[in-house]
Design a protein around this ligand. Structure first.
Ligand SMILES: NC(=O)c1ccc[n+]([C@@H]2O[C@H](COP(=O)([O-])OP(=O)(O)OC[C@H]3O[C@@H](n4cnc5c(N)ncnc54)[C@H](OP(=O)(O)O)[C@@H]3O)[C@@H](O)[C@H]2O)c1
Length: 367
């Protein structure tokens, strides 16, 4: 079976390799599910893994098969699988449970274990291959009506978690009816955050670097949100016009922007950080002023990573709602298809160099 892998620790090592076919019986108690991979999305994490900034090979291997954003079709199920059947369209969660109490109750995205296992990222092979086997606990059915957007399920789950966590945190207020939100970043994560917040009826401004019009700004405006360029005006100016914000969802990859946001939160507001900032940038902030403002106005900042099954299931429902509310919008997010695993060099090239790309994905097998 063909697979796209890297050698962890060795920069620019992406290559094609051979992997043995997965076996249904590798999952105990007749609970195996064999899935044919149809599409796999790639993102900044895959870029960082290929740059040797991140990632580990599974025990017994010197390579890691990458790809954690999967969409596929069930081919065969073990005798004790009732919840899925051959032909079902599915996605798969990424992290697998470890030992902590959070792992044991299904919230493995909240693990406090030092080492964690993530398919395509750390210690487990990913989905940029032809078939995989997993336990149905980690496989989520995708209705055929949204098959064309199934490859967006994993990034959608990340955004669902960030937004659900913000609402959970705000239960401290007994009543929280956010009206104004800022989304920072108009990549895949920023687009999906804008989508979900618009589905919730919030007024949203989405900030990115480049001037409008461009494809990302057009997508944002189709959702009835406002696109704002930081090349044209400062964040402070945009915040003066549109803020302060009850909710800020940060997804730029820039800790500079993340910390500048502290100043533009509304009283009782909440700031959600999602960027994986692998660098070593130091940011200066007006510490006393921000501290006082956070204390006197009951503000919250939190981080979020990964997503468990619950957030994938929410993602399915919101993708379906999105297709009704904004028909055709999800397809326009899928900007850069790559035909087949053989084209892995093009995949990595688009991922690294094409600033127009909202989502690069590989068509592994026909839908
Ligand atoms: N926490 C998690 O579990 C999780 C999961 C997945 C991804 N992430 C993180 O989420 C972040 C966003 O991911 P993505 O795939 O959407 O990234 P992306 O496609 O690279 O998009 C980044 C967006 O941020 C904008 N941007 C970058 N630097 C900026 C700056 N200094 N000021 C203003 N805007 C800036 C870019 O603007 P232009 O469009 O104008 O270039 C772009 O719209 C990444 O840091 C990624 O690591 C986190």
């Amino acid at each position: 079976m063909k697979a796209i892998a890297v050698i962890p620790g060795q920069a620019n090592s992406v290559h094609m390799t051979e992997l043995g076919s997965p076996c249904l019986s590798s999952i105990p108690n007749g609970r195996g599910v064999l899935v044919q991979v149809l599409q796999v999305g790639v993102d900044g994490t895959d870029k960082e893994i290929n740059a040797a900034e991140y990632g580990g090979a599974p025990p017994g291997y010197d390579f890691l098969v990458i790809g954690h954003e999967s969409f596929g079709r069930v081919v065969e199920v073990g005798p004790n699988v009732r919840e899925l059947k051959p032909g079902d369209l599915v996605t798969a969660t990424v992290r697998r449970p470890g030992n902590s109490i959070y792992d044991q109750i299904g919230t493995y995205d909240m693990t406090v274990d030092e080492n964690y296992y993530e398919r395509g990222i750390n210690l487990l092979h990913g989905f940029l291959t032809e078939f995989y086997v997993d336990d149905p606990e980690f496989i989520v059915k995708v209705p055929s009506g949204i098959a064309h957007a199934g490859v967006l399920m994993e990034p959608m789950s990340i955004v669902e978690k960030g937004i659900v966590q913000a609402y959970e945190i705000q239960r401290r207020l007994r009543l929280w009816k956010p009206k104004k939100a800022a989304v920072l970043g108009a990549g895949a994560i920023g687009q999906l955050a804008t989508l979900i917040l618009r589905l919730k009826g919030l007024e949203v401004i989405t900030l990115a670097r480049r001037k409008a019009p461009n494809h990302k700004s057009a997508l944002i405006e189709e959702l009835g949100a406002t696109y704002a360029s930081l090349e044209e005006r400062s964040y402070a100016d945009h915040a003066k016009e549109h803020g302060p914000f009850d909710f800020i969802f940060e997804a730029t990859g820039s800790s500079q922007i993340a910390f500048e946001s502290l100043q533009y939160l509304e009283k009782n507001g909440v700031l959600c950080l999602t960027s994986i900032t692998g660098g070593s940038l130091t940011v200066e902030i007006p510490g006393d002023q921000v501290n006082l403002d956070f204390v006197l106005n009951n503000k919250v900042m939190f981080g979020t990573v990964n997503a468990n099954r619950e957030y994938f299931e929410m993602g399915v429902r919101d993708l379906a709602t999105a297709e009704c509310e904004f028909p055709g919008w999800l397809s326009k997010m899928l900007t850069h298809p790559v035909q087949g695993l053989d084209q892995y060099k093009e995949m990595m090239n688009l991922l690294i160099n094409d600033s127009e790309a909202v989502k690069v994905y590989v068509d592994v097998s026909p839908l």
